[in-house]
Design a protein around this ligand. Structure first.
Ligand SMILES: *[C@@H]1O[C@H](CO)[C@@H](O)[C@H](O)[C@H]1NC(C)=O
Ligand SMILES: *[C@@H]1O[C@H](CO)[C@@H](O)[C@H](O)[C@H]1NC(C)=O
Ligand SMILES: *[C@@H]1O[C@H](CO)[C@@H](O)[C@H](O)[C@H]1NC(C)=O
Length: 414
């Protein structure tokens, strides 16, 4: 089972002598890859365009980057761009989160005086102009009220002429492009190792988006085998040795433990991972580090704290996360008749998928958008819903009747 590394692709790509590379159509600006889109779009349309291939709106984290982005924008013929930053609070840059999950703008911002403002006629989405009195300054506006050109950002990668799918320092090899198009876990892992890699490990929502993009024209493939294996009940490890804990995109509605199922498969339409048997012959994806020291880009995620239960009346729950009804699982005394709301958010690039993994309530649980309009309600069994934006508000009035255990919910960026 051996064939030349990256097989025929070496022949298709010319040799260029440089060590860093950007995806087609992207320009290297400092340590990132940028592309300007001149067609004006609303914030959510712009984010969709950027995340479609595994990117986000441009993130700006220093004065040098701010100048470089302005320069790139005007060189590209656009006088305004959305920035990959979303603010949740007035005049508080430490409550503005970067799209690439690297944290907040607490350390550097360039807001125009008085901004960010998120209430009333203002909003959480941020843009900058390249001309006029506010050139280079950041302004927050209502996300869907304005359309403007924008700049997408993709991670820089390491150049390798023979790599067919190059992203963020790794080469991705699809089994459908190799002589062995499907395989069981053990065989697939061997094939990936023969390419100096491993079955794919996944460490961010952006990587999920990138992988989805690799299969967009292959609708016959619905699931791929990925490189995680169960080592203890509910505890996985990646075959390439990278850390599983930092980013977990398992489908909360399909994660029940079964001794026969120790492998994870990624659903190519949702990106979610579900459990299956390692003996299933599936399409698979290898991931090969291109630099000497593989450095999966660290993502700062909110710590999951299993001992923190209901989070009742929380005004800022950053996805990924978990919450429950007040007094969840206690039936005696009865479900306390408490009213709770939860405001759930994620970075501006994404919507959220709310999974109600266990629901046993008398009254319905309501999921509303940020304007208080109902998205969905549920009171039976397990359900999941997709939010309209990166903000959602869940409300639940417990009935106080005996016999109801409440609910548990998990939320993932989507
Ligand atoms: C940018 O250009 C467009 C059209 O050319 C114009 O309508 C808009 O006002 C300009 N924006 C800024 C901030 O100068
Ligand atoms: C959620 O919505 C309810 C009902 O519209 C409202 O009373 C509550 O203040 C909202 N909660 C948050 C945290 O925004
Ligand atoms: C949550 O807030 C509501 C409305 O302010 C209040 O009635 C309720 O008692 C609060 N719940 C808890 C558990 O504090």
């Amino acid at each position: 089972m051996s064939f030349p590394k990256f097989s025929i692709f070496a022949l298709l790509f010319g040799i260029v002598h440089c060590s860093s590379v950007c995806p087609d159509g992207y320009t290297m600006v400092l340590d990132k890859c940028l592309k300007a889109f001149k067609n004006p779009m609303t914030h959510s349309q712009a984010e969709t365009a950027c995340t479609y291939t595994g990117g986000t709106l441009v993130n700006i984290k220093s004065a040098i980057e701010n100048r470089a982005v302005s320069q790139f924008a005007s060189n590209s013929g656009i006088n305004q761009t959305w920035i990959g930053l979303f603010c949740f609070d007035n005049k508080n840059p430490s409550k503005c989160f970067h799209d690439d999950n690297s944290g907040t703008s607490a350390l550097y911002d360039n807001f125009a005086s008085g901004y960010p403002l998120v209430d009333g006629i203002y909003g959480g989405c941020v843009y900058t102009s390249t001309s006029g009195s506010l050139a280079g300054r950041w302004v927050s506006v209502k996300c869907e009220a304005e359309s403007m050109p924008f700049i997408c950002e993709m991670p820089i990668s390491t150049y390798d002429a023979s790599c067919p799918h190059n992203y963020n320092g790794f080469c991705y090899l699809k089994s459908s492009e190799m002589p062995i198009t499907t395989g069981k876990f053990k065989d697939a892992q061997k094939i990936c190792e023969a390419q100096d890699g491993s079955l794919v490990s996944i460490h961010s929502k952006r990587e999920i988006d990138y992988i989805k993009s690799l299969y967009r024209d292959q609708t016959s493939i619905q699931y791929i085998l990925i490189g995680a294996q169960l080592v203890l009940p509910n505890l996985y490890s990646w075959t390439d040795g990278s850390n599983f804990e930092g980013f977990d995109y398992r489908d909360p509605l399909r994660s029940s433990y079964d001794i026969n199922n120790k492998c994870l498969f990624m659903d190519l339409s949702t990106g979610l991972w579900s459990i299956g048997t390692c003996n299933y012959e599936a399409s698979f994806l290898c991931k090969v580090p291109l630099s000497v020291v593989p450095t999966p880009q660290a993502e700062i995620l909110t710590e999951r704290n299993p001992s923190d239960f209901s989070k009742c009346n929380t005004t800022f729950l950053m996805a990924p996360g978990e919450f429950t009804s007040y007094g969840y699982l206690s039936t005696a005394p009865p479900e306390p008749p408490v009213y709770c709301t939860w405001k759930i958010v994620t970075t501006g690039a994404y919507k959220m998928r709310l999974f109600f993994t266990d629901v046993n309530t008398y009254n319905p649980i309501y999921v509303n958008d940020e304007n208080g309009r109902e998205i969905a309600s549920t009171k039976y069994g397990a359900r999941d819903f997709v939010s309209r934006s990166n903000i959602a508000n869940v409300t639940f009035q417990a009935s106080g009747r005996p016999g109801y255990t409440g609910f548990r919910a998990v939320v993932l960026p989507y």
